[in-house]
Design a protein around this ligand. Structure first.
Ligand SMILES: Nc1ccn([C@@H]2O[C@H](COP(=O)(O)OP(=O)(O)OP(=O)(O)O)[C@@H](O)[C@H]2O)c(=O)n1
Ligand SMILES: C[C@](O)(CO)[C@H](O)COP(=O)(O)O
Length: 247
């Protein structure tokens, strides 16, 4: 039995605002997608990689990832979909007959360490069929009311939102990737949630959310600060510092 990693890299990186897709933006001389692929491969628990890429960039992404000497597992590259959820579904369709565990990881988390990959995969192999890494939340988090049709600032004052709840932060976890799944469960979750995949506002923001929607259990293992997500330029600066610390 084998473990497939789906590496999502098909996003455009709108919030980063560069003139190339985020996964191809360089950090310390290498594209984000390559950092992520190297760490997945060197975990020792990934047998093959499927990388989702933006339309028209399959050759560029294949050249970057599949030819890298540090990525010593078979690599396939496939064009992703309109949302992250759709991209994962496209990658999942390429799973082979022996793949019983699937890890889903974001190229936007390029420094997720190999030990985290092993921790997630081990928890799935130990019998937890859906596993996410998570960190405790340090801010106090407020839930706000949905926006009113008229808009919050409609009266002419500053934009304000009404708080409806303060969840107990001791029970909150900020979740990361890689997320790990029993392959059959992940397939069922994506099949059941398929109708959501076409639009950003409907799509699940992570794969575990689709499993939760089935009513199935999802488990959390300890996350890692290094698995931070690159969304903005500031995140790239922080990642650079983390890499310096690593070496
Ligand atoms: N249609 C999409 C959208 C996102 N992703 C991937 O999902 C991960 C998380 O997405 P995000 O951080 O939101 O990346 P982008 O969509 O590129 O960023 P933005 O929302 O700022 O455009 C990224 O590795 C991204 O490449 C994907 O494979 N397919
Ligand atoms: C999957 C994820 O990385 C878990 O934290 C996150 O939900 C991706 O979110 P994004 O808005 O697509 O960056």
């Amino acid at each position: 039995m084998t473990t497939l990693a789906i590496l999502t890299a098909a996003g455009s990186g709108t919030r980063l605002g560069r003139d190339l897709p985020k996964a191809l933006v360089e950090l310390a001389g290498f594209p984000l997608v390559l950092h992520a692929a190297r760490r997945l491969a060197s975990s020792g628990v990934v047998d093959a990689l499927v990388v989702t890429c933006p339309a028209g960039l399959d050759t560029a992404v294949r050249d970057v990832v599949a030819q890298d000497p540090h990525v010593d597992v078979p690599v396939r590259v496939v064009e992703g979909g309109a949302t992250r959820q759709a991209s994962v579904a496209t990658g999942l369709a390429l799973a082979g007959p022996d793949d019983d565990v699937v890890l889903v990881h974001d190229a936007a988390r390029p420094l997720a360490p190999p030990l985290l990959v092993r921790r997630v995969a081990a928890a799935v192999r130990a019998g937890h069929r859906a596993v996410v890494p998570g960190l405790p939340v340090t801010d106090t988090v407020k839930q706000v009311a949905p926006p009113s049709p008229a808009g919050a600032g409609a009266a002419g004052g500053p934009d304000v939102e009404r708080v409806v709840e303060t969840p107990d932060r001791a029970l909150l976890r900020a979740v990361q990737t890689p997320q790990g799944f029993d392959r059959a469960l992940l397939e069922r979750a994506h099949a059941q949630g398929a109708v959501r995949a076409s639009a950003e506002g409907l799509a699940a923001t992570d794969d575990a959310g689709l499993v939760e929607a089935l009513g199935e259990a999802v488990h959390v293992v300890a996350g890692e600060e290094a698995a931070m997500k690159i969304t903005t330029e500031r995140d790239l600066l922080v990642a650079r510092l983390l890499l310096e610390e690593e070496s």
